[in-house]
Ligand binder design. Structure first.
Ligand SMILES: [Zn+2]
Ligand SMILES: [Zn+2]
Length: 66
């Protein structure tokens, strides 16, 4: 279904330091436990223009509405 391949540098790591890719939301390293994030943490990731939270995998841009 995906039209373009994710080019995020996180995919190039053999062992990614984050669980989820901030660009496509794919699981990069299942050995890293899922985090429960605070809203502030997500706001910060939004500022960095991440699409997905690299800690919990939640889609962040939906929060920008309203
Ligand atoms: Zn990706
Ligand atoms: Zn999160």
């Amino acid at each position: 279904m995906r039209k373009k391949k994710c080019t995020n540098v996180s995919h190039k790591h053999a062992f990614s330091p984050v669980r989820f890719c901030p660009e496509c939301g794919e699981t990069l390293n299942c050995l890293i436990p899922e985090n429960v994030c605070s809203g502030a943490g997500h706001a910060e990731k939004c500022k960095r223009q991440d699409f997905y939270c690299s800690d919990c995998g939640q889609y962040l841009l939906s929060q920008m509405h309203g």
